[in-house]
Design a protein around this ligand. Structure first.
Ligand SMILES: [Fe+2]
Length: 453
């Protein structure tokens, strides 16, 4: 258990929630943290009266009766209970943020697709208005599946807060820096890092350096967890200590504010007179987290062939079928290639899972051209894909010395469910019409001659 008592009352600072924040290491820990000394009850959760006149409140991330090794909840000690951060709801529209099931009738999702980076708009956009859904999968009403989004953010949310009852959000920045001011503390996020904001947690997003662009995986299902390493053992891949959860930080600010709630794919707004980010102390294991992707320790082939790309899984969200993820988050980063007598890039394949990829920076080895930073590609359920002609010829004829794949960081959101394009992805986003042609020039080499290579 971590104990953190750094004073962190930033209500008098010029910037709400201030700049004096810190993080506690670990993933799935039972953390405890207080921004004011003595705010956290000891030895019990619900004393008759809490210190400082705070209200005690539990945030349950799993069913009360979930097995203890999966059970997640956090006790919050706050200035007002959450019922005061909610009033009558009014439906609003965010037309570019779509939720499964969402299958536009005049869009063809069957195909291999690739997009250039979506350009920044001239318009001012916040975390809410700048979210652009590319694909959806599964069904939010049964809490399975996901959506992939691109965010384009120029402006901070001011006196405006948000939570998603539908999903946890896995955020993968590609450009710019953002600050997530959450009920449980502050996360600053830059490219090469990721963050997870749990379902139900209230937050606002500020722009530290803009414009900001990145990718989001909205997970409707069970939470992301670390994959079992199997025979790899206790170390490597993503290590628990490299995940960071913020210490408690609160604001005691009385100003007209709005809270937007995403619930079953619809957006609702409620008006309150103060900031809902008023948790002075908390303890528990249901909390936001960030992770530096450069601490991911890849494991791979050291003699010949290469394993399935699942070897590069950072986080996995189970679907209920063992070994079959609702979502895997997979990272393709710098690494050494040493395999002998081996075609080293990813092989040609078809997959029952559907694969959405994004490029954070650099050049991806199976697609030296066309898949560029900020860009995305989609290889949907049971659709063939693999190296383009240049990558195939290069890797087939390369001298197989030890080679460092450098300056490369791409990722995949891989789901067991087919992904459906939104109208935005099919009609407005910069889709590369000629992507399918990258395999066009692969020629037949076979002529029946034994030994021909
Ligand atoms: Fe693939």
């Amino acid at each position: 258990m971590n104990r953190q008592t750094t004073p962190n009352d930033m209500t008098t600072a010029a910037t709400p929630m201030g700049t004096h924040h810190g993080y506690m290491p670990g993933f799935g820990n039972d953390f405890e943290t207080e921004a004011l000394d003595g705010a956290l009850p000891q030895g019990m959760n619900s004393p008759q009266k809490c210190n400082y006149g705070l209200y005690g409140e539990q945030l349950s991330g799993t069913a009360f009766t979930a097995p203890s090794h999966q059970n997640e909840r956090t006790w919050c000690y706050r200035i007002r209970p959450s019922v005061k951060h909610s009033h009558r709801y009014e439906k609003i529209t965010l037309p570019y943020w779509k939720t499964a099931p969402h299958i536009p009738q005049d869009v063809t999702s069957l195909g291999q697709y690739r997009w250039d980076p979506i350009p920044h708009s001239e318009q001012k956009m916040t975390w809410l208005t700048g979210m652009r859904t590319m694909t959806t999968a599964g069904d939010v009403n049964t809490q399975i599946g996901m959506a992939s989004h691109i965010y384009l953010v120029t402006d901070s949310m001011v006196d405006s807060y948000f939570y998603s009852a539908d999903s946890e959000m896995l955020i993968v920045p590609q450009e710019g820096r953002l600050r997530f001011c959450t009920e449980l503390g502050v996360i600053n996020l830059a490219p090469q890092e990721i963050a997870i904001i749990p379902r139900g947690l209230v937050y606002r997003v500020e722009v530290l350096e803009g414009p900001a662009r990145g990718f989001v995986c909205e997970n409707y299902g069970q939470k992301f967890e670390l994959p079992a390493r199997g025979p790899i053992g206790a170390n490597c891949m993503a290590n628990r200590r490299d995940f960071k959860t913020p210490v408690a930080a609160f604001e005691d600010r009385e100003t007209p504010s709005t809270v937007t709630i995403k619930w079953c794919g619809q957006f609702h707004e409620t008006r309150i007179g103060h900031s809902p980010l008023d948790v002075v102390a908390w303890h528990g294991n249901y909390c936001p987290v960030k992770y530096d992707l450069t601490t991911y320790c890849p494991v791979g082939a050291v003699l010949f062939d290469h394993p399935d790309p699942s070897i590069f899984t950072v986080l996995t969200a189970p679907s209920g079928v063992e070994g079959t993820a609702n979502i895997d988050f997979v990272l393709f980063r710098e690494r050494w290639m040493v395999a002998e007598n081996t075609f080293r890039p990813p092989w040609y394949h078809k997959n029952v899972m559907s694969e959405l990829m994004g490029n954070i920076y650099g050049q991806y080895d199976a697609k030296p051209k066309g898949f560029i930073p900020g860009g995305m590609s989609l290889h949907n359920m049971m659709l063939p894909h693999g190296p383009d002609k240049n990558a195939f010829e290069g890797a087939s004829n390369a001298e197989l010395t030890a080679q460092k794949l450098d300056n490369t960081m791409s990722f995949m959101f891989e789901t067991r469910f087919p992904q459906h394009l939104t109208e935005f992805a099919a009609k407005e986003a910069p889709l590369q019409d000629d992507y399918i042609d990258c395999w066009q020039s692969l020629e037949k080499k076979f002529d029946g001659t034994p030994g021909k290579k």
